[in-house]
Ligand binder design. Structure first.
Ligand code: NDP
Length: 240
């Protein structure tokens, strides 16, 4: 991939301590950017600047941003990646199952974007990338809460594009299909098989395959792309 001429930028990835978030962090690091990640527990992966934050808590987000700004300058690239699942069929899904997933995946993204936008407006440039899911577009039984949270991110990206597009800020959605991480490792074998049969590529993907797309959509090369939904799903959603 072509080197990004505007590096080093201050990049922040929520939930960047493992899985897709960590792969995204490594991709920006390889680009020469100053990379910070949020984590809740455990250790900060080697070489990365880690700040503790829970995206359900606006105060902890504010503290994390303040620390990143002091170390790396205002956040120019924000990747809202932190996400959870709490799968169960509608009739068994409690209101808590629903609202807790929305609070992390959707309201959490709103909180970090709101905090990041101040600095981006001042800089008159910025890149917001929201990690959605093929499930947000396609639907999935047992994932009404998750699908609602992930399709909601599209509304955020498109409204943000309309609000801040004239300030050099882009907002895009990357919608992964099935990626080998802790999240999909939890799937029962039968479910994995049935998902696999619907994927034209005939395989799940590695987190790095999502990371490269995120890095590109945050690059100078993608400056005129905003409000887009970019699938990384082996053809599962047929471009949607
Ligand atoms: P993982 O379960 O491996 O990692 C989830 C990350 O989110 C962890 O870093 C976790 O932190 C963080 N996180 C969860 N809740 C919070 C919170 N309240 N505050 C801060 N951080 C939090 O998931 P993946 O890497 O697989 O997924 C990353 C993103 O990609 C998610 O948004 C997911 O929905 C999306 N996605 C994943 C797909 C897949 O197939 N794997 C497919 C499509 C989308 P901690 O380590 O502290 O728990």
């Amino acid at each position: 991939m072509a080197e990004n001429t505007s590096a080093p930028r201050s990049v922040l990835i929520t939930g960047g301590n493992r899985g897709i978030g960590l792969a995204i962090a490594r991709a920006f690091e390889a680009n020469g950017d100053k990379v910070a990640i949020t984590y809740r527990s455990g250790d900060v992966p080697e070489g990365l600047f880690g700040v503790k934050a829970d995206v359900t808590d606006a105060a902890s987000i504010d503290e994390a941003f303040t620390a990143v700004e002091a170390a790396h300058g205002p956040v120019e690239v924000l990747v809202a990646n932190a996400g959870v699942t709490r799968d169960t069929l509608l009739l068994r899904m409690s209101e808590e199952d629903f609202t807790s997933v929305i609070d992390t995946n959707l309201t959490g993204a709103f909180r970090v974007i709101k905090r990041a936008s101040k600095g981006m407006i001042r800089l008159r440039k910025g890149r917001v990338v929201l990690i959605s899911s093929v499930v947000g577009l396609y639907g999935s039984p047992g994932q009404i809460n998750y699908a609602a949270s992930k399709s909601g991110l599209i509304g955020i990206a498109r409204s943000l594009t309309r609000e801040l597009g004239s300030r050099g800020i882009t907002a895009n959605v990357v919608a992964p299909g099935f990626i080998n991480t802790d999240m999909t490792a939890e799937l029962p074998e039968e479910t994995r098989k049935s998902y696999l049969s619907g994927i034209p590529a005939g395989r799940f993907a590695e987190a790095e395959e999502v990371a490269g797309v995120v890095r590109w959509v945050a690059s100078d090369e993608a400056a005129y792309i905003s409000g887009a939904v970019i699938p990384v799903d082996g053809g599962l959603g047929m471009g949607h």
